[in-house]
Design a protein around this ligand. Sequence first.
Ligand SMILES: *Cc1c(COP(=O)(O)O)cnc(C)c1O
Length: 394
Amino acid sequence: MSQPDPMPAPAMGEPYLLTPGPLTTAFSVKQAMLRDWGSWDADFRAMTKSMCDQLVALAGAPQDEFVCVPMQGSGSYCVEAMLGTMVPRDGKVLVLANGAYGLRAAEALRYIGRAHRLIDKGDYMPPRGDEVGAALDADPAITHVIAIHCETSSGILNPVAEISEAVHARGRKLLIDSMSAFGAVDLDVTRIRCEAVVSSANKCIEGVPGFGFVIARRTELQAAKGNCHSLSLDVHAQWVNMVKSGQWRYTPPTHVVAAFLEALRLHREEGGVAARGARYARNRDVLVAGMRALGFETLLQDRWLSPIIVTFFCPADPNFSFARFYDLMKARGFIIYPGKLTVVDSFRIGVIGQLDEEVMRRVVSAAQDCLTEMGVASAAPPASALAERARLEA
Ligand SMILES: *Cc1c(COP(=O)(O)O)cnc(C)c1O
């Protein structure tokens, strides 16, 4: 008898999602949604409590120093909730942007009327500790800094440890959008000091979409009472209600929470953050080596490549069209992701979700077939793309 497939295909005819969430989830995660829960019932309240305790532990945080508050909505709702709650109305935020998610944080601050200054590094150049330090020295009004852990629009893993050092050496507070990294990239809040971290259900924990969570330093959250501009996005109010009654303030996504608990169980069974990160890193390594062998080039040098999602330049060959490549890959069972660079054409392939090295080998082989079918002789990018990349090396 043959061994069972260690990572079975998502379901009959269902393509793999090579995207940074929603992503391909385990069958048991989907199955966990086949039951209804009363949001007021003690069983569901216990599920919420267990989930929050596990998330604080995943952040490496002592339960007495940090608390986890889940919030309904997609990740962006939770980023906005974190900013609106943790930053006082007379506070000022330094936003470190090198892609769409950093810029979105700045836009949220504009909407909610919080003063901010933006360091915009363009499509992917990383914000470094020394420039953060210089910006803070130059503007004593800045109270908080927001950094993006993995900037999913390019796939760069930003240097949050050196940013944290620069921020705390100057007595300011750090908020981290670890949406696409939490659960797979170590973010031990006792080593990388920060006041709050935000992530969501449908990224590296491999749940389905529907809520996110803020893991905040207890004293900071206590001090945040009355800061928020919004009723439903008030993390402090949600926390107070949860402590008092064990309930979410407004209708929770019950099925999504049940699925998330199963996803957390699988995460633990796999070996936690280190093992999840190691599987994703192997996925990335197999993908990058295979694609490079076909002539593709990555936007980033190896030291900046996250184990989450990888940006590749589109080939210079005039026979290559991303729309066609997308359709041909989809026909082979793989949903890829368009690029988000403003200067050169690119596409992205995610390596998170229920995927392993064997799946990534099949992705590379599918890409090779697609190139042949399009009549693309070489996957090499245009010289302009390589010139762009040389900026990072300079
Ligand atoms: C996914 C993601 C978000 C949230 O996006 P939503 O579409 O609102 O879920 C925020 N920041 C980063 C870095 C992300 O990867």
